[in-house]
Ligand binder design. Structure first.
Ligand code: M6R
Length: 606
């Protein structure tokens, strides 16, 4: 969602801020702005609605010259998309950017009646509150700390004042902030990608911490202003990973690179010869693994669907373990009970999703062990879980999640394979999964290359439809849900995923000229039943694309047949084709593929 960049150092702040904001564009935003202090200590503010290019246009009329400043990309929560609601906000001597939500802003605003508010935002109220406390000899650090004690809600903030040139105060509660430490320069950002190319050393602020930053580095305090020891860590990733690498869109790059990122997910974790899987991160003793009898998988959106597919595999590998998959936004408010012999897998690409994080905290309160299945290294979920495994998909920039899905499913599958050994799991089955995992990257590459142009043609054929139904059963069911999500979020075609066994219970009534159907039919023990569902749809005039790994005769309007040596993992392969299909439909419809309307990459508020 919103993004923060702050800079103090030797470079022209405007350039670093704009460059950083561009790196954060993928998170989703609707307006942007920067505030800088020039070398005569005069502040300059520029804001605009729309893209960073619109902001650049505004700035080009009057470039900023100073060496410190703050910048922001805003995803509207309080108040519409207007220049006056965009950040940074300036109140009195305070310039402030903010991610998160100040829940008691109305209460605070009522107490700040001497201020003339110019926006509808909660952030401007926070700026006024800090300004009201920033009087006489009080330092910016003290004023920020005092103000934050009166705030209810979540925040990641960066603040400066012309009264204290060279200093930026940053603080976090529930919204990430990273302080990059360079040579004679310090960069603050809500996402490590904004720091790449400037420094590899950074302090990840924890909740309740405040940092006073200048060009020589940063000192960290709690809100009682007790000095804390901070430990710089190395940031992962490189600039190449966050560039398009010759592709038209990040989404296409991320779909196509699955064959090269998946080996990182698998590296050192599978032993094909002996048919074994092992993850180090969960850090479970043999006894702890034997004691697991319940696995709850928590996630939102694509992470939830990855969990759902993984749960089918878990049931095969560890049949004595109950597996439950839950949507985080629901689960966090349910009166759920978890047996003590449970583990919770907390699945999140970004590691920052507010609902998933809230579930993690609720589950921990119940004394149940939490394990992260997370992509972004150093993210909040990764830091708060009891243990876990990074999926190592590399930076995922496009809002629609693709390579992370594949990496999440594979990581959870390896978790199940590891546990299976301690639960008397079927060694042949573990072996088969291990073997298929080892060839999966090559099979993905082959599948994508073999079918790319075919899928592109199909996308052109179906791009003008209004509605789509994705169908499948067993392991093809989670794939149907994920395929529908991918299509709807980037093409804006209304798409629903359904278990094909449910057709007669309602959705078959939908089938008419406005719809097309995408039916995944796997070559497995439910093949005949899937074909039955296909006939039901076609008998009602449905226009069906079948995605299959079967060689049997199948009647459909269009058939994409994959020829692959993986069987158990065929749904993962077929899903990569669904990703390509959604991509090409979105391109055909002329949509903003990487930043679809109304969506943010990382949903850090409820
Ligand atoms: O970062 P997370 O994996 O926690 O994000 C969860 C969902 O917000 C995310 O998967 C979302 O559904 C994507 N836009 C799907 O493509």
């Amino acid at each position: 969602m919103c993004g923060i960049v702050g800079y103090v150092g030797k470079r022209t702040a405007q350039d670093v801020l704009l460059n950083g904001l561009k790196r954060l564009e993928y998170r989703g935003y609707d307006s942007a702005g920067i505030a800088t202090l020039d070398d005569e200590d005069n502040p300059h503010l520029a804001r605009s609605v729309g893209k960073i290019s619109d902001l650049e246009q505004v700035i080009s009329e009057k470039p900023h010259t100073g060496h410190m400043g703050i910048g922001h990309t805003r995803w509207a929560t309080h108040g519409g998309v207007t220049v006056s609601n965009a950040h940074p906000h300036n109140v009195g001597n305070i310039f402030l950017v903010h991610n998160g939500i100040i829940e008691n802003y109305k209460e605070l605003k009522a107490k700040l009646s001497n201020y003339d508010f110019r926006s509808d935002t909660d952030t401007e109220v926070l700026a006024a509150l800090i300004d009201s406390n920033y009087k006489g000899d009080v330092s910016l650090k003290d004023a920020v700390a005092k103000s934050l004690k009166d705030v209810r809600g979540t925040y990641g903030i960066a603040v400066f004042s012309p009264k204290e040139p060279g200093t930026i105060v940053a603080a976090r509660l529930g919204s990430p902030l990273i302080i990059g430490l360079g040579h004679d320069e310090t960069i603050i950002a809500s996402d490590a990608s904004a720091l790449l190319g400037y420094t590899r050393e950074a302090i990840y602020l924890n909740d309740g911490e405040l940092a006073v930053c200048n060009s020589n580095g940063s000192e960290v305090f709690n809100l009682n202003l007790k000095h804390l020891n901070s430990h710089p860590e190395e940031i992962e990733g490189n600039l190449e990973q966050i560039q398009k690498g010759g592709y038209d869109h990040f989404l296409l790059k991320e779909i196509m690179e699955q064959a090269t990122t998946l080996p990182n997910t698998l590296s050192g974790r599978i032993d094909v010869e002996n048919g074994k899987m092992h993850l180090g991160g969960p850090n479970l003793t043999a006894e702890e693994m034997r004691n697991i009898h319940h696995v709850v998988i928590v996630g939102c959106g694509t992470a939830y669907y990855a969990g759902l597919l993984a749960s089918y595999y878990m049931e095969q590998l560890i049949p004595d373990v109950t597996t439950e998959v839950v949507i985080a936004s629901e689960y966090r408010y349910r009166s759920f009970h978890l047996p003590k012999d449970s583990v919770a897998l907390i699945v999140s690409q970004s590691g920052e999703t507010a609902d998933t994080l809230a579930c993690l905290r609720e589950i921990k309160k119940r004394g149940v062990k939490t394990l992260g299945i997370v992509n972004v290294v150093g993210s909040t979920i990764a830091r708060e879980v009891n243990g876990g495994t990074y999926v190592h998909a590399g930076p995922e920039i496009s809002v629609a999640s693709t390579k992370a899905f594949t990496a999440q499913v594979v990581t959870m599958l390896m978790f199940a394979g590891m546990i299976a050994e301690y639960h008397g799991g079927n060694p042949d089955l573990i072996h088969s999964f291990t073997r298929e995992l080892s060839i999966l990257p090559a099979e993905i590459e082959k599948t994508l290359n073999d079918h790319r142009s075919e899928i592109e043609q199909l996308a052109k054929k179906y791009a003008s439809f209004d509605d789509a139904l994705y169908l499948g059963r067993d392991t093809a069911y989670p794939i149907a849900l994920e395929g529908a999500l991918k299509l709807k979020e980037i093409s804006y075609i209304h798409a629903e995923g359904y278990a094909s066994g449910e057709l007669k219970h309602g959705p078959i009534a939908l089938i008419d000229d406005r719809f097309f159907e995408v039916f995944t039919i796997l070559d497995n023990w439910l093949f005949d039943k899937s074909i039955g569902g296909l006939h039901e749809v076609r008998a009602r005039g449905g226009k069906v694309i079948v995605l299959t790994n079967s060689t049997a005769d199948i009647e459909a309007d269009d058939i994409v047949r994959i020829n692959s040596n993986v069987k158990l993992l065929a749904p993962i392969l077929i899903n990569t084709l669904q990703q390509l299909f959604a991509y090409y439909v979105a391109v055909e419809r002329g949509n903003d593929v990487d930043q679809p309307r109304n969506l943010a990459k990382s949903v850090t508020v409820e």
